[in-house]
Design a protein around this ligand. Structure first.
Ligand SMILES: [Zn+2]
Length: 196
């Protein structure tokens, strides 16, 4: 008997908290209605359910020079007011969510020189990408929450499916920029195999 046993399927779950940053909450430069409430609810969720997650991940929009992603005349579809400038207060995690900063296993920054909608485009401080970090931790299932449903949450959930993870969108822990676009994003995610 020299055959090695088959590798166990990854069964652990990660929570990915997308862009819960000051600029996306009330008072920020690109505020999402309900953003601060999501920040508080997500912090409560992490405190109550920490043990269920192999990894708790936060992504940050972290722009240095994102080109046409920033505009003085934004269309709020592909171009946006200046937001989440790397190192600025607006790019910090919202204070309500930052109360669980010690519970975060991984922080990935994205969008330094481009749109960077998906957390899967980001890297941690050591330059490791999110998909690799999840696989290394034995994660097979990803729960996605945060801001905003119709943009970075959507892109992150779609990329998680493309990377082969089972994905659930925690709709009660997310908020969108535009109600119609958010509804369309939820339908698109369902069609891509995301549980909502
Ligand atoms: Zn951005």
């Amino acid at each position: 008997m020299t055959d090695s046993p088959p590798a166990a399927a990854p069964t652990r779950t990660a929570l990915v908290c997308v862009d819960v940053q000051n600029d996306f909450c009330e008072g920020g430069s690109l505020a999402v209605t309900g953003g601060a409430a999501v920040a508080a609810a997500l912090a409560d969720h992490v405190r109550a359910h920490r043990a269920e997650y192999a990894l708790v991940v936060a992504s940050r929009d972290w722009h240095v020079d994102p080109g046409a992603h920033w505009s003085d005349h934004p269309d709020f579809v592909r171009s946006w007011p200046v937001h989440c400038r790397a190192g600025s207060e607006g790019a910090e995690l919202h204070p309500a969510f930052a109360t669980v900063a010690d519970e975060l296993d991984v922080v990935v920054d994205k969008g330094q020189y481009g749109d960077g909608y998906s957390a899967f485009l980001g890297a941690d401080r050591a330059g490791r990408d999110l998909a690799g970090l999840l696989r290394e931790a034995g994660v097979g299932r990803v729960v996605v929450a945060g801001l905003a449903t119709d943009h970075c949450v959507r892109a992150t959930a779609l990329d998680a499916r493309r990377e082969g993870f089972a994905v659930r969108l925690a709709l009660e822990l997310a908020a969108g920029v535009d109600p119609d676009a958010s509804r369309a994003a939820v339908e698109e995610l369902r069609a891509a195999g995301v549980t909502v």
